[in-house]
Each structure stands twice: as C-alpha cells, then as structure tokens.
Design a protein around this ligand. Structure first.
Ligand code: LER
Ligand code: MN
Length: 268
C-alpha cells in the first residue's frame, strides 16, 4: 500500500521539511496542491531526490473549467495544461480535476439552460467531453493524465458517483483521461462502495482517504475494508492519499494512521 498526503497536511513549513517529515512518518507520496506552480518544480524535484518521497498528483490553479464565461474556462484550460506539464516534469501521474467544484463552491455563473435546444446538463456534458479530450491529448504529448474526481452533491452537481465519472471518461475515449475514488465522497454518494470500485476498475488512478466525518481513520464510522478488498482484487497499484483533518499532534497522528491503514489493508 503506497500512502500519500495532500501537501497542506504534511507537517513542516518548507517543501523540503514536508518531504522529510513524510518520509520519517511512513509515507511514500505527496499530492502537490499549493506548490503546483512552475517556479516550484526544481524545489520539488530536489526534495523528492533527497527523501525518496514521490509527488503523485498536481492541481490546476485558476479559472473554472465549466463556467458560463469563456475567459474563465480558457483560464482553467490553460491552468490544467500547466499542471499537466508540471506533473510530467516531477514524475506525478497527472492533474486532479473535479469539473464543477469551483463553480459550485465559489458560486460562479453556471452554463445556462438553452432548452429546447440543449439543457444545461447536456451543455455541461458536451463541454466537459470536449475540454477533457483536449487536455487528454495535451497530456499524451507531455506525458501526464487528467484525473477526473467525482465529489458529493454538496460540492459538485455532477459527476458525483464513480459510475458517472467512468461514463464521462468513456465519452472522452482517450487513455490519458482517467478518474479517481475518494472514500469521503463515496460514503455519501455510493450505495455500495466496493461494487462502485469494482465497476470503475482500471479507470481508477488515485484514491483519497478520509473517515465519514472527514477526519483521520478510524475516528469515524466508514468501513474501509470492502473498498480495500475491491482495490486489491483489481490489482490497484497507485497511491492512497489522506485528505482530511488530523486531530491532535500531526506527527503522532499521521504515523499512527499510516500503521493503522497498512494493517487494515493487509487484512482486507
Ligand atoms: C474536494 O472535496 C476534494 O475531495 C478534493 O480532492 C478536490 O480536489
Ligand atoms: Mn478528494
């Protein structure tokens, strides 16, 4: 089991300290979020080389991919391309992309309903397919993937389930367009987490871990074992990244959680 955390969760002030601390605490990877910027690439590469901790994912910074205003979509498209370039340079799999999070969480203007020509849902979908195809093609050129993230209904109208994200990937129909599974969102949206994972199969390139109330496992009531079993059966070989609150002393808690998750995964 390869464990990672999101960059802001790693103890330490500088990137180098964060990488060093993660190595000591039993983590092999880090998802680059605030430092997903071209000027940080050298520092990330050096920290990776010195500690062996691998940057696994980058983030796109700026714009909103499915906003009503074209200039915001263009900005997001460009930001995704930069994040794909950074991912390729630092050896990360690709850029995470929840397509509608920014529009919903920042209360931005949504694509209008143009029925009876096209409904809003149809337009958002058509646009998503076009934009993700362009990004997948760009990803293939530079050597990285766009990784769509389904989120729960309170953070994104769609895609919310793994099946909806798989459907989107199938429509994009490009090997560099894939998706991920987040246990916090799955706990809200999936009827059966293990079945959803089995159906998504090889489309899953990344996993986020948080307990039911978005704190470190096992503080909540999510049973991770059936989902872990499904991932093991699929031969999932990518990272599991913690994305949650870390109560108490972060070093103690992160070390304890790494050990706990490894044991749980082994036994699943
Ligand atoms: C947001 O809730 C989330 O799960 C993040 O991974 C978004 O990038
Ligand atoms: Mn997530």
């Amino acid at each position: 089991m390869k464990l990672a955390v999101r960059e802001p969760m790693a103890p330490g002030t500088t990137l180098r300290e964060k990488f060093e601390n993660l190595a000591k605490l039993g983590y092999q990877g880090i998802e680059i979020t605030t430092s997903s910027r071209p000027e940080c690439v050298e520092e990330i590469k050096q920290a990776c080389e010195a500690t062996g901790v691998q940057p696994t994912i980058t983030s796109a910074r700026g714009g909103a991919l499915l906003e009503a205003r074209k200039e915001e979509r263009d900005q997001a498209l460009q930001a995704h391309k930069v994040a794909l370039e950074i991912a390729a340079e630092i050896g990360a799999l690709g850029v995470i992309s929840p397509p509608l999070i920014t529009v919903k969480m920042q209360n931005r203007p949504r694509i209008p309903d143009l029925s009876p020509l096209y409904t809003r849902a149809q337009l958002e979908r058509l646009l998503a397919v076009e934009l993700y195809r362009e990004l997948a093609e760009y990803g293939a050129q530079v050597g990285a993937r766009v990784i769509i993230e389904p989120l729960n209904r309170y953070e994104q109208w769609w895609p919310c389930t793994l099946a909806q994200a798989v459907e989107l990937c199938r429509e994009v129909n490009h090997p560099n367009c894939r998706m991920m599974a987040d246990f916090f969102h799955m706990n809200i949206e999936e009827a059966d987490i293990a079945a959803a994972i089995r159906q998504a199969g090889e489309y899953i390139l990344n996993v986020h871990l948080a307990d039911s109330h978005r704190q470190t496992p096992p503080r909540g009531h999510t049973d991770f074992r059936p989902g872990f079993r499904a991932l093991k059966d699929l031969g999932y070989e990518h990272y599991f990244a913690l994305e949650c609150q870390v109560p108490g002393d972060p070093r103690e808690e992160l070390a304890r959680v790494a050990e706990y998750l490894r044991e749980l995964y082994e036994a699943a």
